[in-house]
Write a protein that binds this ligand. Structure first.
Ligand SMILES: *Cc1c(COP(=O)(O)O)cnc(C)c1O
Length: 384
């Protein structure tokens, strides 16, 4: 193939259109740039979309995970079970609470947390499980609920990949006690930076709203409407608020979520049809009864059947301007986490094996058929 003179195709990219730009511009000339009507509106639209009773908008997916753990009263001495294959924030937020992440293995074919390993890792100190809907596929929430059983352990979903996905006809947002979302530009919809916590529990929702706003017992609107300057800080909180500017963009993006996921599914279908016929390459499995939001399209490359394995394909893609990526390096391999996490019983062999094999291919709603054809053409060439 000739050297690459074509534009770089990233693995993920936002799709922001004229409506989104209008929505943001209109906020800039309105009365409230933050803590105004667009925040409540975006929250209520996410509630309608997911069926969650309460949505609390925050400044990032990381902030969402952090206050979800704090609202669950996670602190020093506690253990929180997390999967080995995830973005670092799933575990770093546990450390921010002073608790210990206990890293357990993932399933070979899905990359999702393995409920049996969760069961094996539960101790008297276990207070929460953070299940990650890796690549957009919901975890096996019924199995997780069964292994947690009647214990005093709270199930939190890291849904940063899975807004719009379903598990046994139940939408993400209704599958765990709390669900964290991210609106980073590569995620399903974007606010630039942003996140949200979803819950059906009104006590948790009140606590989450307080934690995102310095731990203040009443916000500026409540003070205004009750004619008082009086407020108290009743616990230590953060400034994790999301502005009206961000939320106006989010509400405009949310209208397109279904179309975005449809386009992602079309692209995934084209990849599926191609890789079906390739020896030594298999996409992640989507178990029956679940739909994926298709945040990532991950293939597993078997180096015993494909010469040079994943690393060769990654390097060759880069040469042709195709931005594949690896999601993710197992948590215990990250320098700042290695000595702070505990590895659960049985180790993380599947995650280690996946890490050698996985490659995320470009997938995003603005990706054209010509882009998809360029990726497939490249793989046809690499594998011939
Ligand atoms: C993106 C992501 C986060 C963090 O979200 P930010 O909005 O970037 O802070 C957490 N967990 C997972 C699995 C993610 O992909």
């Amino acid at each position: 193939m000739p050297p690459c003179d074509q534009p770089f195709i990233p693995y993920g990219h936002q799709l922001v259109d004229g409506d989104d730009i209008e929505a943001v511009l209109s906020v800039l000339s309105s009365a409230h740039l933050t803590t105004g009507p667009h925040v409540a509106r975006f929250e209520s639209e996410i509630e309608q979309k997911t069926g969650a009773f309460h949505a609390v908008a925050v400044s990032s997916g990381t902030a969402a995970l952090h206050i979800a753990l704090l609202a669950a009263d996670i602190g020093p001495g506690d253990e929180v079970i997390v999967p080995a294959i995830t973005f670092a924030a799933t575990a770093s937020t546990v450390l921010m609470c002073g608790a210990t992440p206990v890293v357990v293995d993932t399933e070979k074919d899905t990359g999702l947390i393995e409920p049996k390993r969760v069961a094996d890792a539960i101790t008297a100190r276990t207070r929460a499980v953070v299940a990650v809907d890796y690549a957009g596929i919901p975890c096996d929430y019924d199995a997780l609920a069964a292994v947690i059983g009647a214990e005093d352990i709270i199930l939190i979903a890291d849904g940063c990949h899975s807004l719009g996905a379903t598990y046994r006809d139940r939408p993400v947002g209704k599958l765990a006690v709390m669900t964290a979302l991210s609106f980073h530009p590569v995620k399903l919809i974007t606010t630039g930076e942003g996140g949200m916590v979803l819950t059906d529990d009104s006590t948790l929702a009140t606590r989450l709203r307080r934690l995102r706003n310095h731990g203040i017992d009443r916000d500026s609107h409540q003070r205004h409407s009750t004619h008082t300057f009086e407020y108290d800080i009743v616990e230590l909180g953060y400034n994790y608020r999301l502005s009206d500017i961000h939320c106006a963009l989010g509400a405009s993006q949310l209208k397109k979520l279904d179309r975005f996921i449809e386009r992602r599914a079309e692209i995934a279908g084209q990849y599926d049809r191609f890789f079906e016929k390739q020896q030594g390459i298999a996409p992640l499995v989507i178990p029956s009864g679940r739909t994926s939001a298709r945040h990532l399209y991950v293939i597993r490359v078997d180096a015993t059947q494909v010469a040079g394995g994943r690393d060769r394909l990654f390097a060759q893609c880069r040469e042709l301007g195709i931005g594949t990526n690896v999601h993710y390096k197992p948590l215990p391999r990250l320098t700042a986490l290695a000595h702070r996490v505990r590895i659960g019983p049985g180790g993380v062999d599947n995650a280690e094996m996946l890490y050698e094999q996985i490659l995320s291919l470009p997938i995003y709603p603005a990706m054209t058929d010509a882009d998809v054809e360029r990726v497939l053409g490249a793989f046809r060439h690499f594998l011939s």
